[in-house]
Design a protein around this ligand. Structure first.
Ligand SMILES: [Zn+2]
Length: 360
């Protein structure tokens, strides 16, 4: 199967290819059905497949569509891996079980949104909600500029943003915008006020599958940041020097970190993989986000601003809606054979490295 054929045009097609690959591999999928329907009235689910024994001491998670629309990339990678018999044999030989979670946020995947049905960024939603949520005064200050009342933005909004950009720099603005916020439910990078369906379902999956292992690895597939086609390996553990050293031992010295500013991602709060510590406390956990570049950062940000504005204005004419959705998809998925080949090759290399690392 060529790399390109692992990728899909829609969520429904992606789910079909994933389940067909699971079937071909002689495995069984466990489907956690979502309460809502998809954009083509299809069923939505978080599909979970274990390739290996249930009591494996070494477990590798490979997950897609934490950020819905980014699932076009992640799903294609998962399907390609399931079709790779040599890779599957290597995991068995190493005594590593692989848990594929297809579409952590199936609603966002189907409806071409980065967020969940609660308008929540799943990777900012993993908080202890019994405690006060972090404030983000930097976002509060610019909320009305980031998602303005009109789209395209007025000249006044553009001028104010340009002024802030020159005054504070792109990195500071990026941190304020993307770090996560809990005060603007109709804004960007909203972390929510309680656990989303995807959060609760993922935790259940981790409890069911992640309690037997001694060592747990996790590769979470993302897109939309960095140079086109390049997969940045972003450290996805707590700010812990031992874990960072282990991640760099497994995946190379090029592993970047949001804690020391070496990553193209800003410092975030409420990150998803914190659930590994909560739900699999017995395991030694090591993870990365594999983040593939698509378009320049401002193009990606503007596509998200437009999409949130569209969400806040459901009366928008169909032609405008279609154009905004096309832009959003292009911001998170590059529909060329060359890009797909590069992302699969890098995912395969990272997965091989994780298996070697878990084997120890
Ligand atoms: Zn992402």
């Amino acid at each position: 199967m060529s790399f390109a054929r692992s990728f899909s045009e829609t969520y429904a097609q992606a789910r079909g290819k994933f389940l067909a690959a699971v079937d071909r591999a002689g495995l069984d999928a466990e489907s956690h059905v979502h309460p809502l329907r998809g954009s083509e009235d299809e069923a939505l689910a978080m599909d979970v497949v274990l390739d290996g024994p249930r009591d494996a001491r070494r477990l590798l998670l490979i997950t897609s569509a934490c950020h819905g629309v980014e699932g076009f990339c992640g799903s294609g990678i998962q399907v390609a891996l399931l079709h790779d018999d040599a890779w599957r044999q290597a995991t068995r030989d190493a005594g590593v079980a692989v848990l594929y979670i297809h579409a952590l946020n199936p609603w966002g995947f189907s409806w071409c949104r980065r967020v969940t049905q609660e308008n929540v960024d799943l990777n900012r939603n993993f908080h202890d909600f019994s405690k006060p949520l972090p404030a983000n005064p930097g976002y509060d200050e610019i909320a009305a500029l980031i998602v303005p009342p009109t789209w395209p933005p007025s000249d006044e909004v553009n001028a104010k943003l340009q002024h802030l950009l020159e005054e504070r720099g792109l990195a500071a603005l990026q941190a304020a915008i993307s770090g996560g916020q809990h005060s603007h439910p109709q804004g960007l990078y909203f972390g929510g006020l309680n656990p989303t369906w995807s959060n609760q379902t993922l935790r259940q999956v981790l409890r069911e599958h992640g309690r037997a292992c001694e060592r747990l690895g996790w590769i979470d597939l993302h897109t939309g940041l960095g140079p086109s086609g390049h997969g940045e390996r972003i450290f996805a553990c707590r700010d812990d020097a031992t874990a960072l050293a282990r991640a760099r031992d497994w995946w190379g010295s090029g592993v970047t970190s949001i804690y020391d500013g070496s990553s193209s991602a800003a410092r975030l709060t409420g990150m998803m993989w914190l659930a590994a510590y909560d739900e699999c406390p017995q395991a030694e956990y090591t993870g990365i986000a594999l983040e593939y570049g698509t378009l320049p950062m401002m193009d990606v940000l503007n596509s998200l601003r437009a999409d949130q504005w569209l969400e806040n204005h459901p009366e928008t004419p169909e032609a405008v809606r279609t154009q905004i959705k096309r832009q959003l998809r292009e911001a998170f998925y590059t529909d060329t054979d060359a890009w797909k080949q590069r992302v699969v090759e890098q995912a395969k290399a990272a997965s091989d490295a994780a298996v070697q690392g878990l084997r120890g």
